[in-house]
Write a protein that binds this ligand. Sequence first.
Ligand code: NAD
Length: 285
Amino acid sequence: MSAKLIDGRSIAEKIRNKLRSQLLLRSKHRKPAPKLAVILVGEDPASEIYVRNKHQACEDVGITTLDYFLPKTLSQKKLLTLVQKLNKDKSVNGILVQLPLPKHIEADVVLEQLDPRKDVDGFHSFNLGRLAQERPQLRPCTPYGVMLMLEEIGQRFKGKEAVVVGASNIVGRPMALELLAAGCTVTICHRFTKDLAKQVGRADILVSAVGKPAFIKGKWIKKGATVVDVGIIRLPDGRLTGDLEFTEARQKAKWITPVPGGVGPMTVAVLLKNTLLAQELQGKR
Ligand code: NAD
């Protein structure tokens, strides 16, 4: 058996095409384009690439961007002042603070300052809380992107065993909440989990978000499982890889995501979707 690939690029393109048409229609009705403010502090090369990609993706569908490239010496106080200013600015619909922030800035404090209705990454405790209560508003981009991918392949959720490896606030935890809301029986594994192989082996739906290459062994995977690899790791030779022992995992799974070309493009597509939703939420205030 060789698993079918879940093509994140083409699913994301479909989402972007739909958004582009929606925004075109809105502009014909003289509604302003949504505006996303993107804040990058410091000169982390990976973050610079992410910000550039997000900027391009926004332009491509008709979302306006306002980029802030700030020095790595910027104080937390100044960053908070900027966030407050953008919160108040009615022309700004979404605010994205690119992580990681320099060590002297507490990311939690900054993210908590965002107006939850402008929190297009879905990281604010309000948005995580709403997801936990099955009343989501702005949903964390990567986990929501995974759900949209799984829906696209016709994945059934109710009563399925879902195992999420990784429990971070931005991927693992909200991923588990998404799968729970969809009706799965969910297990969350993390660095203290005993017998990971046994847990992984129970999964009808496996999502790995750890960030260690070839960490999930192909032989652990249940035959016929749907396997989603959120991990993105740059190898010393420059190639990108995920958490899975991919070739071996593909022999066991029914569906599998590649890295690159899997979850990554979905995250950006959901960011765009969230920016439009943020504008709509603000219109209702
Ligand atoms: P993180 O470092 O915050 O979290 C990693 C998680 O892995 C932790 O919860 C930890 O408990 C768990 N873990 C570590 N060692 C483990 C072990 N031995 N057994 C079981 N669990 C273990 O990372 P993150 O921000 O959640 O990101 C995870 C990966 O996903 C990274 O590779 C990151 O680059 C990638 N990522 C990809 C996208 C995307 O769009 N595809 C988006 C966000 C993050």
